[in-house]
Design a protein around this ligand. Structure first.
Ligand code: DHB
Ligand code: FE
Length: 286
């Protein structure tokens, strides 16, 4: 098992990253849901009953109960609820949401999406620093409907971390929109994106989530991944991620978000400096 003091140095503190993720969630996602009292009651009761039965089964002590309280308070103080929930809970919500979809598989969004990325045509180089580190990556493919019809003018909204595992807008010292962009497919649904291969990502380890991971002797790694939201008029948007074969954490992703359908098949690029990947997206009707 990889240890907590793995190779990636943590420039971004958990509190700073968590605060950014919390702020982003408040801006974009904090909508009221119209749930009946019966549904709220059933869900809340079942979660609480699961907690009670864990306490009884494991004879939880007052010291442990107080440790839990301090930890919950600290998750909030660090602004880490978006990080914690997206790592440990979102995959089950996504499984339920995607169960009836016929087209491409989705997976979790995670806490680091930012709406409104710069827009490009069907061939685009993602915004990056002049000396952006990392293996050059060409990502091309086609967006189609479930019946195979090419979807012209679809949007491929892509975001990923840099070669050190940091996301623009959530870690300090990275230019806004670095390695983020919205690409529009051409008349045949095709697109080509030039970027760099993202690094495996370690969730921030210096905050409350890291403290839990350490106390439980888990590891903090997600395998390297590209994040995408693919959409077209009249079709369902899919939120997904794509992974690279051979990553040591493809089989034990802390966020449990890897699916076999989301594995890329890279080939060496023609000029020998990087890798090419091809991946097509199939969207269900709305
Ligand atoms: C987290 C980070 C990610 O990049 C991701 O894809 C999923 C979760 C997190 O830190 O919670
Ligand atoms: Fe991510």
């Amino acid at each position: 098992m990889t240890t907590m003091d793995g190779t990636a140095e943590q420039r971004a503190t958990a509190a700073a990253t968590g605060a950014s993720a919390t702020e982003r969630f408040r801006l974009d996602k904090a909508v009221a849901v119209d749930a009946s009292p019966e549904r709220v009651s059933r869900l809340a009761r079942e979660v609480l009953e699961a907690v009670h039965s864990t306490i009884r089964r494991h004879q939880v002590t007052y010291a442990e109960y107080d440790a839990l309280k301090s930890w919950l308070i600290q998750v909030g103080a660090d602004g880490e609820w978006p990080l914690f929930l997206d790592v440990f809970v979102e995959h089950a919500v996504e499984e339920v949401a995607g169960a009836t979809r016929e087209g491409s598989k989705g997976t979790i969004e995670g806490p680091f999406y930012a709406p409104g990325a710069p827009e490009f045509g069907a061939e685009a180089t993602l915004p990056m620093r002049p000396e952006e580190k990392g293996t050059p990556l060409t990502f091309h493919g086609q967006v189609k409907a479930v019946d195979g019809t090419p979807l012209a003018g679809s949007t491929i909204d892509i975001w990923h971390c840099d070669d050190e595992g940091y996301y623009a807008q959530f870690a300090p010292d990275i230019p806004q929109w670095n390695l983020r962009g919205r690409i529009t497919s051409d008349a045949t649904g095709h697109f080509s994106i030039y970027t760099i291969q993202p690094a495996p990502y370690q969730i921030p380890t210096d905050g409350a989530t890291g403290a839990l991971i350490r106390a439980a002797d888990w590891h903090a790694w997600r395998p390297a991944h590209l994040h995408l939201k693919v959409s077209a008029p009249g079709h369902q948007l899919i939120t997904t991620q794509l992974y690279f074969p051979g990553d040591p954490h493809n089989d034990d992703d802390i966020a449990a978000a890897v699916k076999p359908e989301l594995m890329l098949a890279p080939t060496p690029s023609a000029d020998g400096t990087g890798i090419d990947v091809e991946y097509d997206f199939v969207l269900d009707p709305a």
